[in-house]
Design a protein around this ligand. Structure first.
Ligand code: PLP
Length: 489
């Protein structure tokens, strides 16, 4: 029963109504003024990013302590908001765009990509169906078809040729998860017991493989041994498949890594494809980082056999000058993907749903709504042109090669994995502790940031060259830093 005190409470505060809401937004003049100011701010940042320490010197909680505990009740001025970029945000930025960023893999961005992102944010279309975003859909269709050719992938992956097709996802992890979900659905449709399905990835595969398999409901996830060069041992894989079949299980999905995270190792796609095809498995290729390099024909032999896979993912947001998020996912046969994900409630029915020229991307990924991510990719591909993109990738690979030869020629250091593209993995010959100390010294310098890692109990340093603003001189500076901290020769 409602208490009397509740009924007698003084009037609840109702929001004020206003017939004209337009004056609560930035006016056109304000939008222009602050928009130009922010473009200037970002232009200065790009120009001076090398002046910052790569990693900020802050402790957890420092940024939060500068922020009020509750949201503002009254509007604040843009002056105050913009001032807080320098006061609050910048002290807590890890500068992924710093030319000395050699950690993880690069997080590609570029001025033109930022502009594409800006326009997409303003248009704010929801690309769930062709009818809700015709331009976003058709630009995405076209740009991904361009990329099929630019990367030397099978032309049947082009939407306009088929039966394959591409879609932009948020991340490679999403793409991998999706391929697992499609594989599972296909096996279930053919009457297989989902509890018997097995997914395989190499012991060097990215964590997204196991995560994707787990959330796609796979009960059996196998870690396949690798050879000395860290690619899948195809014989060991074949044996694992036979053993699983003998135990009554169903090999269903396998991932070939086109460039592992640890060392950019390449799995033997062609040999894996033979085993996958013989056993009716779904074969997915994870080229999250290395896929961008395929714009240069000379690197394509690294993914020999790629025409045999069922799905493929790569991240322009890593090494192709396009800011996060932008991960491309191609399937060799789009009907399986659509069959798995298509659900059509009455409110999504539309006049073009049966028109093959009108792609409804809601059936190509988990979310319904989707951003106009293709715009920034379109801007990037047009503004740089394939020629410049090739030069960008080739330069990084050449500088990595130079760094590699310096490591090889230095008795204090040794490579821990073969270099395939622009990632150099090396250690100190004095062992794990000396290697970690060297990594710490490089990172403490503030001018460079590398990732220390460990494989089979061997500590090593990953230097991934690929940042937008990195030049040859920065890699030479990095070598000086390594040289001066590696101890007496
Ligand atoms: N696969 C590989 C080989 C990677 O190196 C990475 C990230 O570095 C991923 C997958 C995950 O990428 P994302 O962050 O787009 O999910």
């Amino acid at each position: 029963m409602l208490s009397l005190s509740y009924l007698m409470r003084p009037s609840l505060h109702l929001p004020t109504m206003n017939e004209d809401l337009s004056n609560m937004h930035l006016s056109k003049a304000e939008f222009q003024e602050y928009g130009y100011r922010l473009v200037d701010w970002l232009a200065e940042y790009f120009d001076n990013v090398d002046q910052y320490q790569v990693l900020p010197s802050i402790e957890p909680g420092d940024i939060r302590n500068m922020l009020p505990g509750s949201a503002p009740e009254r509007a604040e001025s843009m002056e105050e908001i913009i001032a807080d970029l320098d006061r609050v945000v910048m002290p807590g930025v890890a500068h992924w765009q710093h030319p000395g960023w050699y950690a993880f893999f690069p997080s590609g961005a570029s001025p033109v990509s930022a502009l594409g992102e800006f326009v997409a944010a303003g248009l704010a279309t929801q690309g769930m169906m062709w009818s809700t975003a015709p331009a976003a859909t058709e630009i995405e269709n076209t740009v991904l078809d361009w990329l099929v050719d630019l990367l030397g992938l099978p032309s049947s992956w082009r939407l306009d040729e088929g039966p394959g097709g591409g879609v932009i996802q948020m991340s490679a992890s999403d793409s991998t998860h999706l391929s697992l979900a499609v594989a599972r659905h296909q096996f279930e449709l053919s009457g297989a017991d989902a509890n018997s399905l097995v997914a395989y990835g190499s012991s060097q595969a990215h964590s997204s493989i196991e995560k994707g398999a787990r959330i796609a409901g796979f009960k059996h996830i196998r870690s396949v041994p690798v050879t000395q060069t860290f690619g899948i041992d195809a014989d060991a894989f074949a044996q694992m498949v036979r053993d699983d079949i003998d135990s009554g299980l169903i090999p269903a999905w396998v991932c070939s890594a086109v460039g592992t995270t640890n060392t950019t190792a390449m799995d033997p796609i062609r040999a894996i494809a033979v085993i996958a095809t013989e056993n009716g498995m779904w074969h997915h290729a994870d080229a999250a980082y290395a896929g961008s390099a395929m714009i240069c024909p000379e690197f394509r032999e690294l993914q020999d056999g790629v025409e045999l896979v069922d799905s493929y993912t790569f991240n322009p947001h890593k090494w192709l000058l396009t800011n996060f998020d932008c991960s491309v996912f191609w399937v060799a046969d789009r009907s399986k993907l659509i069959e798995t994900l298509s659900i059509l409630p009455p409110y999504l029915r539309n006049e073009t749903e049966d028109n093959p020229a009108a792609i409804d991307y809601r059936d190509w990924h988990v979310p319904l709504g989707r951003r106009f991510r293709a715009l920034k990719l379109w801007f990037v591909l047009r503004s740089y042109g394939a020629e410049n993109l090739r030069t960008f990738i080739r330069s990084h690979v050449a500088w990595a090669e130079e760094l590699e030869s310096k490591v090889i020629n230095d008795s204090r250091l040794e490579l821990t994995a073969p270099r395939t593209l622009a990632l150099v993995c090396f250690r100190h010959t004095d062992g794990n502790e000396a290697t970690r100390e060297l990594a710490d010294a490089i990172n403490a310098s503030g001018s460079a940031y590398v990732t220390p890692s460990v494989t089979d109990d061997v500590a090593y340093i990953r230097v991934s060259i690929g940042s937008t603003w990195t030049e040859q001189r920065h890699v030479e500076d990095l070598w000086d830093l390594i040289d001066s901290n590696a101890g007496i020769k």
